[in-house]
Design a protein. Structure first.
Length: 638
């Protein structure tokens, strides 16, 4: 292991020799210079030290001037200023110009000065190591992105996108990126940033669909202390964080109207105010937005501001789905195998001809994200048969491009393709529903029973189609259906009503999401020494509690009779833990009957399971918290 290299710059040769001895005894390589310009020349010739000990008072070029020149030649160089005495003005100037520390030359008999100098050097070395690691990680990330970008030359559409990126990168115009989920819209945004003059400045991503409108405004623009209940401290928003850099507004179509107006003001005037403040804040930010929604249809329905639409659409880039660029599948497959084999320390597998053929025949409803997750699974498990079986039995699916989600009805155009690959299964399920009970109904009620059954089936079908149409956004679905959110929630959480819908959506989500968490809530009563499912009224109470704790776009329903479930989409461990904590606290505060037993379980994909069925089993078998007779117990689960 190479010893740290420390350069000493001091015109006092005796003190310089003392420092060389002091440092050599502690395992450092040293070199001394009597003038600052000598070290500057060495640095410019490509021989920089790890640490510089620089005397403040020197003839000719003094220490502060030398510091400025060193930082200009090598900004990440760690420089510790040395002086015979402390001068507050000199310390402030040194730190302002980039000095890592300021130390008084050691000359006390107790050796306290040497201890202070040794600590300063160790701190500077640690900072150098961290800077090197961050630089290397950024280089690897940039290499990964650049390598992925190289694949964008195999189709005319992608070559056109690549040309547009090169042309617009050096300007500050707003770019709107469109395409289905998982096609690589964020990659296009990052490519624009990496090729722009702002590449060394922050790139800040905001998912506009991940937060309610009230929280999204605070996330984007920040808030002052006391601006609303719970605002205990002042918070800097994403726009301030992205100042002089680029902000990427993903899922811009999910932004509410009031927030669209505030965003328009930022685009026009380059300034905004935090929540709870009247002070205008000026920012220099490039805005790149992305959506998988039909913004033109949203304009017609009044769900998206026309002035904002044209402000965002200065340059428009549409990324085609993976099924339209199959020539890239082989390159992307090799890229992901190499990436995850290195990340997870696994051998790089060569895929079988059978799987490669399936890859080229598959319609990829989840696009590149789905391909990436499949490759990740193969690399981790070192077994491709699970993926082969899954793809062999998977019917071809319809495009995942989102529709507007507005209006009073949810018709599919005549002759339009099926919205979901599992609709045939749903038809089978309905065909299997027994009609015999109707024939045995009491005389006089038969027609009413038939009408009720038909109405329930029709209601279920329209709710299901609407939810798929708006990508499971329940509030938007309620608006389309002309009912209240609470009414729709009660329909969704009626036992047995939508168990199949949740299962099919869970399978789809597992195929196309990077991370998700399944949270299950079981409710049962003890009867004659046995645990039986809670009554429908109790289940509805539990369901209302659950529905109030999740985002509109998270999946919600039943996995089994008596078991309610939430699927937290795009949810990392921290977000999932916060949701579960809120859910547990809400259940805890609710006065349920003492005889009721409630168990909350959870499992994360892909950490705990490799497919939807095993994810359900893991969640049901992992009770994090349960209550029996009103007494809470916690299970020690990882």
């Amino acid at each position: 292991m190479r010893k740290p290299f420390v350069a000493i710059v001091d015109d006092d040769s005796a003190f310089a020799n003392y420092l060389r001895t002091f440092l050599s005894l502690r395992g450092y390589d040293t070199r001394s210079y009597s003038r600052g310009d000598e070290l500057i020349a060495a640095v410019k010739q490509g021989d920089p030290p790890d640490i510089v000990l620089l005397d403040v008072m020197m003839p000719g070029m003094n220490g502060i001037e030398t510091l400025k020149a060193l930082k200009a030649a090598k900004p990440d160089l760690q420089v510790i200023m040395l002086s015979g005495r402390e001068h507050a003005s000199t310390i402030v100037e040194a730190v302002r110009n980039g000095a890592a520390d300021y130390v008084v030359k050691p000359d006390d008999p107790e050796g306290l000065g040497e201890i202070q100098l040794d600590a300063a050097i160790k701190g500077a070395i640690e900072k150098t190591r961290l800077v090197s690691e961050i630089t290397e990680l950024r280089r690897q990330l940039s290499d990964d992105q650049d390598r992925a970008f190289l694949f964008w030359g195999d189709s005319p559409d992608m070559r056109s996108i690549s040309n547009v990126i090169e042309q617009v990168s050096d300007s500050d115009v707003t770019v709107l990126i469109r395409g289905e989920s998982g096609v690589g819209k964020e990659l296009v945004a990052r490519a624009i940033h990496q090729r722009s003059p702002r590449r060394e400045r922050p790139f800040v991503k905001v998912n506009c669909a991940a937060l309610p409108a009230e929280l999204l405004e605070s996330e984007l623009f920040g808030h002052e202390k006391g601006a609303f209940t719970g605002a205990a401290t002042t918070r800097v928003g994403k726009f301030e964080q992205a100042d002089t850099g680029t902000i990427f507004l993903d899922e811009i179509g999910e932004m509410k109207g009031a927030l669209q107006a505030k965003l328009l003001h930022v685009l026009q005037d380059a300034q905004f105010t935090r929540l709870g403040s009247n002070k205008a804040i000026n920012v220099d930010v490039r805005i790149v937005a992305a959506t998988n929604r039909d913004l033109e249809a949203m304009l017609m329905q009044g769900d998206f501001r026309e002035d904002l639409y044209y402000r965002l659409k200065v340059i428009e880039v549409t990324v085609p789905p993976l099924r339209e660029r199959r020539a890239e599948i082989s390159h992307l497959t090799e890229f992901f195998i190499d990436r995850y084999a290195r990340r997870y320390n696994r051998p790089a597998r060569v895929l079988s001809d059978e799987l490669r053929q399936l890859f080229h025949q598959y319609d990829w409803p989840g696009n590149i994200r789905e391909l990436e997750n499949m490759i990740k699974r193969i690399v981790i498990l070192q077994d491709e048969q699970l993926v082969v079986r899954e793809m062999s039995r998977a019917p071809r699916s319809a495009p995942a491009y989102a529709a507007v989600g507005a209006g009073s009805s949810i018709p599919s155009p005549p002759g339009a393709p099926a919205l979901d690959e599992d609709e045939d299964d749903l038809d089978d399920l309905e065909d299997e529903a027994p009609e015999e009970p109707v024939a045995t109904a009491p005389r006089g009620s038969r027609l009413a029973d038939v009408a009720k059954s038909a109405a329930m089936k029709a209601e279920r079908a329209i709710i299901e189609d609407t939810l798929r149409h708006v990508h499971w956004n329940r509030r938007r679905a309620a608006q389309q259906l002309g009912v209240s959110y609470k009414t729709l929630l009660s329909r969704l959480l009626t036992p047995d009503a939508f168990e199949f819908v949740l299962d099919s959506e869970l399978k789809r989500a597992v195929r196309s999401q990077n991370f998700l968490t399944l949270v299950t809530v079981e409710a049962s009563r003890e009867r004659e020494g046995m645990q039986v499912t809670a009554d429908d009224g109790t289940l509805q109470e539990v369901a209302q509690i659950i529905g109030s704790q999740v985002r509109d776009t998270d999946l919600l329903g039943h996995t089994d009779k008596g078991t309610l479930a939430i699927v937290l989409l795009d949810a990392d461990f921290d977000h999932s833990a916060r949701v579960i904590d809120r859910l547990v606290s809400r259940i805890e505060s609710y006065k349920f009957p003492a005889a009721l037993r409630i168990a909350v379980g959870a499992a994360c994909y892909p950490t705990h399971a490799v497919d939807a069925d095993s994810l359900k089993r893991q969640a049901l078998s992992r009770p994090l918290v349960h209550w029996r007779g009103g007494v809470r117990s916690s299970a020690d689960q990882n």
